[in-house]
Design a protein around this ligand. Structure first.
Ligand code: 5GP
Ligand code: ZN
Length: 120
């Protein structure tokens, strides 16, 4: 489901609207980036669209520019956070098999340490 007003029961919509606090890294009209509450590395932040998109399966062709901007923002902030040389993990979990726990599209950026692969 997609709305523009924000989903009343969605924790990331509440963060996007300022209803609940987060440690913000960056914000513009369309996008918010904030530190993950349970960081999995020295660097771990999330980049979200402010509009509610439940997951990557719900993205529509009209979201193409937004998706690109989310990735551009993830890249720029990863560089700002010191991940340019050694890199980082850019992750989008989707639904139950993908391990998604918050149903609002988000890109994880995890870095600052080597990460294992494949995932469990
Ligand atoms: P998912 O498992 O859906 O891919 O990732 C959700 C992420 O959101 C988790 O890494 C979790 O730690 C983080 N998270 C959940 N609730 C909050 C919150 O209220 N604030 C922040 N900053 N992160 C949250
Ligand atoms: Zn939402």
């Amino acid at each position: 489901m997609i709305t523009f007003a924000g989903m009343s029961d969605c924790i990331f919509c509440k963060i996007a609207s300022g209803a609940i606090p987060a440690q913000k890294l960056d914000e513009d009209d369309e996008i918010l980036a904030f530190h993950d509450l349970a960081p999995q590395g020295p660097v771990h932040f999330l980049v979200i669209p402010k509009k509610h998109i439940s997951n990557i399966m719900e993205v529509e062709p009209t979201d193409t520019l937004l998706l690109g901007r989310l990735l551009n923002k993830a890249q720029a902030l990863a560089q700002e956070q010191g991940c340019t040389e050694k890199g980082a993990r850019f992750v989008i979990n989707c639904k139950s098999d993908g391990g998604q726990t918050v149903d609002h599209l988000h890109i994880h950026v995890i870095g600052g340490r080597p990460l294992g692969w494949p995932p469990g």
